[in-house]
Design a protein around this ligand. Structure first.
Ligand SMILES: Cc1ncc(COP(=O)(O)O)c(C=O)c1O
Length: 415
């Protein structure tokens, strides 16, 4: 690693593998032996079209996406999907149940953190249906106002027949994630979800900050899964969608029945019909994402990354627990709800947090400051963070705890 590069524990945009970045610089000059750089070549050239189709296969194979679902590429980030999901799924619902009033049409939101809350607000803003909070995890938090947990399965109150049920798999700001253990009460409550008359689940998941970090449980039952690329996959600018075929609906036909008009650039059917090339896509982010996915495949795909990510998170949580025993750190998330991707904790004592951050920077580790809305420390452990990067941070945390303990000891004896 060149001396100027540090370990980037930032929450996104986030670290990318060094080998990928080096390869990408070649592609900027000459994409796949075309003699034209990736930022210059036509998105309709056969080389780019083949590259995009290979990215689709790499995702399909590694995540085991069934043939009932299309994989689509778009722009606008997770935030764009907060709106697109509402527009497309309400159009679908209108086509299925044109007779319902706005009050009888319901969107169920599960609130486990700041990002699901933001999506919920956007749904309320767009209107067209009633918004039901199926769960607000803040009610089960230690202080009654923060997002610090995934509540047990019995606490969800779903509508009998919602147009869709929305959740965020990993809450990047709050460090809360559904458990990977399906028997845990903090796992996603798949068995409790209301189904449609057809037996299908109208389930929508924001997987932005955990996409491609571990397998997605019940993937084939989802209506829509979306993810911005800028955590585990590549640069910002690319959004990946996995959409079940019955959700690729004619939005203009739905509008004729009274649904809100949908901009064509947000319509899932338009994207699918044009093979994600309705308009010019984000070529460079797509290219880098392709290189990341190729590397993932070579390393063993999600089996490799799931084991690695679990191990990294366990190491950081163990370091937090030993800091807690010495009164130096305080974990922010309740047991069983801690994210593998974004681990959050406080450093206790006046000025201690800023000493922690300054010391980390001096040791070559950046991006550890918590989100401005919640403060504290946030360690983002996306796929490009290696076990040795994690070990370096854990070593620093241990030293920080010992030094803080020694200082406290010194103060006691000098009194
Ligand atoms: C879980 C989650 N959802 C949505 C977003 C919003 O993504 P974007 O900034 O790409 O719109 C983020 C951004 O960090 C996120 O972490």
């Amino acid at each position: 690693m060149p001396a100027s590069r540090v370990i980037n524990f930032g929450p996104g945009p986030s670290a990318l593998p060094q080998s990928v970045l080096e390869k990408a610089t070649q592609g900027l000059l000459n994409f796949n032996e075309t003699g034209i750089g990736i930022a210059e070549i036509s998105h309709r050239s056969k080389e780019f079209v083949a590259f995009l189709s290979n990215i689709e296969s790499l995702i399909r194979t590694q995540l085991d996406v069934p043939s009932t679902h299309s994989i689509l590429f778009t722009q606008g980030g997770g935030t764009g999907q907060f709106s697109a999901v509402v527009l497309n799924l309400l159009a679908r619902h209108r086509l299925l149940y044109p007779e319902l009033t706005a009050d009888e049409r319901v969107m169920d939101y599960i609130l486990t953190g700041s990002w699901s809350e933001k999506a919920f607000q956007e749904a309320g803003r767009l209107g067209g249906a009633r918004v039901n909070v199926a769960l607000d995890a803040r009610k089960y938090s230690k202080d009654g106002v923060s997002f610090d947990n995934v509540p047990p399965h019995g606490e969800y109150a779903f509508s009998p027949a919602p147009a869709f049920i929305y959740y965020c798999e990993n809450e990047t700001v709050d460090g809360v994630q559904f458990s990977a253990d399906p028997s845990a009460q903090t796992s996603f409550p798949f068995a409790r979800l209301p189904r449609e008359r057809s037996g299908l689940l109208p389930l929508v998941g924001d997987h932005s900050s955990s996409f491609m970090s571990r397998p997605i449980p019940h993937l084939g039952e989802h209506a829509v899964i979306f993810a911005g690329a800028q955590k585990n996959l590549g640069p910002a600018g690319l959004t990946v969608l996995i959409v079940r075929h019955d959700c690729l609906v004619d939005v203009d036909a739905a509008a004729k029945l009274g649904a809100a008009p949908v901009p064509l650039s947000l319509s899932y059917k338009t994207l699918a019909d044009s093979k994600s090339l309705y308009n010019t896509p984000s070529m460079l982010p797509i290219y880098i994402t392709g290189l990341v996915l190729e590397r993932m495949q070579e390393l063993g795909g999600l089996t490799y990354f799931e084991a690695l990510n679990k191990k990294k998170a366990e190491k950081v949580y163990a370091a937090i627990r030993s800091g807690e025993e010495r009164g130096v750190f305080q974990g922010k998330v309740q047991d069983g709800s801690g994210s593998w991707m974004n681990v959050v904790f406080n450093v206790l004592g006046d000025g201690a947090e800023s000493r922690f951050l300054t010391g980390a920077e001096e040791a070559g580790m950046k991006g550890l400051k918590g989100h401005r809305s919640v403060g504290g420390i946030r360690v983002s452990l996306y796929n490009a963070i290696t076990e040795s990067d994690t070990d370096k941070l854990v070593g620093y945390m241990k030293n920080f705890v010992s030094e803080a303990g020694a200082q406290a000891f010194g103060v006691k004896f000098s009194c």
